[in-house]
Write a protein that binds this ligand. Structure first.
Ligand SMILES: NC(=O)c1ccc[n+]([C@@H]2O[C@H](COP(=O)([O-])OP(=O)(O)OC[C@H]3O[C@@H](n4cnc5c(N)ncnc54)[C@H](OP(=O)(O)O)[C@@H]3O)[C@@H](O)[C@H]2O)c1
Length: 274
């Protein structure tokens, strides 16, 4: 990734993950700024990463060719509106990770045609295993898209979307997805304990099986259905277990879960339209 100066507005969990990811890819710390109202957070970040920190958003914005808005959605309007003049003067690329805030809403708050990329990362970014979807508006050029993609790839995998509305599905799938896998793991662990394993044995075997299945799916060309079929011998134990899940309507249940989460993402998005 070209070493442009990046300013993170908001130094919370997601900004920390992204800064850590950038530095692991060899990004120069003196090209990174972060602003946040909490002095103690900034002191920790400066000590850990040797990056520039400030309590004043305008100081970070004045340095940046790329601005990452990493504040909570409810703080976005105030932060974006206050940033507009500097961002316009510097023609900075805007990257927003705020859930549910559309590009047209950001555009309205900025009051000019900015290059804006919306991203939806997820919490496994904290351990460099994130899954992020990105959508760029028409004012964004190729080099800016490469910058945003490299930033997100520094904490995992990145996928481009053709339509902004798809971000609502992404929010329901990979944004909320860690919780779905946690609930599956929780259920498996509990069931194994009830069948006689210790808590620790059940936890380790459950988690490693989830990781192993995910790695197999990522590292082979086979479809997920083929992978399932290849570990399900006819008349075997897996077939018995899978049958119970299918009879219980697991596909329909996940379809309903995703529909409910997507509807909520759409509703949240509408509530932020200015
Ligand atoms: N965490 C995730 O998995 C995830 C996934 C996808 C997208 N996102 C999005 O990422 C964004 C950040 O999430 P997060 O979990 O990193 O939140 P977070 O930990 O709360 O970090 C946000 C930080 O911004 C600070 N802040 C508040 N107002 C500010 C202002 N005016 N100027 C500068 N900084 C300000 C907050 O301080 P206070 O605590 O005082 O408010 C906090 O330190 C959210 O919009 C969220 O939708 C998060």
């Amino acid at each position: 990734m070209k070493s442009v100066t990046v300013a993170f507005i908001g130094g919370g969990n997601m900004a920390c993950s992204l800064i850590g990811g950038l530095l692991r890819t060899g990004y120069q710390p003196n090209k990174i700024w972060v602003s946040d109202p909490h002095r103690e957070k900034l002191e920790k970040l400066a000590a850990q990463y040797n990056i520039h920190t400030t309590e004043h958003n305008s100081e970070a914005l004045a340095q940046a060719e790329v601005v990452v808005f990493a504040v909570k959605p409810q703080n976005m309007q105030q932060v974006v509106t206050a940033a507009a003049a500097i961002v316009k003067a510097k023609k900075s690329l805007i990257i927003s990770i705020a859930a549910g805030i559309t590009i047209s809403t950001i555009q309205t708050w900025l009051d000019f045609d900015a290059a804006i990329i919306r991203c939806m990362p997820n919490t496994p970014a904290m351990v460099s295993s994130g899954a992020t979807a990105l959508y760029a508006n028409l004012h964004t050029h190729e080099e800016q898209k490469e910058i945003a993609e490299s930033l997100m790839r520094s904490v995992g995998l990145a996928v481009w979307l053709e339509h902004e509305q798809q971000l609502n599905v992404v929010t329901a799938l990979s944004g909320s997805g860690p919780a779905y896998f946690f609930i599956v793991m929780e259920a498996l662990q509990q069931a194994a304990e009830e069948l006689g394993l210790t808590h620790q044995q059940a936890r380790l075997l459950t988690v490693q099986t989830a990781l192993g299945a995910a790695r197999l799916a990522l590292e082979t060309e086979q479809s997920i259905a083929e992978l399932r079929s290849s570990v399900t011998s006819q008349g075997g134990t897996t077939e018995q277990g899978v049958q119970v899940l299918q009879d219980g309507g697991i596909h329909e249940l996940f379809a309903k879960a995703l529909q409910a989460a997507e509807s909520k993402a759409v509703a949240m998005s509408k509530s932020f339209i200015s």
